[in-house]
Design a protein. Sequence first.
Length: 418
Amino acid sequence: MIRSAASLPLPVLSLTMPTASFRRLSLLLLASALGGSTDLFPAMLQGQEPAESNTPIFKNLKPGPWGDLESYSVFLQAPEAALKLLPSPSQQTVWRFFGTTRDEVSALFQKFFPDPDLYREATVRSVWYLTPEEVRVHPTDRMVLALPPLARLELMQTLGKYEENPFHYNPLVIEGQDVRAWFAGTGLSEPVLAAIEATSFPYRNGRILTEVSYALSKVDNEIEEANFLRAMTRNRSLFLRLRLTSHDTLTPLLDYWSQSIRLKETQPIMESIIRTPGVERLDLSHILPPTARKYLYTFPTTAEGINGIFPNSLWTSLNFFEFSPKVRYNSPDKAAEQLQSRFERVLPPFRYGDVITLVEPTTGKLLHSCIFIADNVVYSKNNSSMLTPWVLQTDADMMTHLTRITEFQVVGWRHTST
């Protein structure tokens, strides 16, 4: 559905999308803006296939003005200095319901556990603590294992409204459907992997694990507990390589990647690749702007949170072309002011350096932002946590991480100097 609001004068899309993808959104927006039908794009509207363990190491991006790009993925895990600051979660599962009553929670459990014996276990044999502010439930292992996927999703959406439920508020995200491929090489034992497989559920382009405490209860020793905590910070990022073979194709590539303001930075290295025999691929990180290049593939340090907040997605997007980062962009108000003063709204097709924002449909509040790179790849930091790195990833994988964003509008912005 196309909407037009006073705060967002260009047409934007408002919808709830469990498998949202900016590639899909871009096509929908473009078709609607042109008065066309989305039936013209049946293949793209099916969403992106989840990554599996037997996929090729290198993948070619779709051709476009960005040139001939190929990608491969790597896993990033938080450094030991950050892990030392991470408290070990409790091995006791707790579900905390705020602003509700015991009867309302019991009714929810009746929907989750239609089997009479399981329902009795949930309401009689499990431990409940009642206060005027909350209903706190300590579910049994059988309850945790018995939840079907749709019940797990509803429970995440219910408990995830409150930071007191940390793994429903910020669940562990597995990109793709293969749990064992995701955790390969992490040192997790078979019981832990089996627990993750049993309690995670499909969500958008991957799987979600909210019952971290249950999986943690299966570890055998301190070494495996440390491996588990380290694996919890695992994120996947793409490396992109640009193929450069001829001076004849250089001009349009320079136009796309230099944005007319960084020609002196991108032209020499591209020309050197073309001139060098046997070398025809350039790692894209070499032509990113200084701040973006500095932070890509890294985790925030404690110093970067010294003012009380770590860099978030808005900070990341608005500092993309900056020579040195500006702290004030962490503020949604300052970010909105910057977008209004130095950027203009644009419709798809997006190009390199465009800021893609997700906004709350009724209020226009900025929920998340990222930088469009090429095809379906974006530059993003998916929350302000010290345990979340700066990555290149597909838009579908990014949306899998944004579990608290369900209904949104997409608005593109382009720097006025580009």
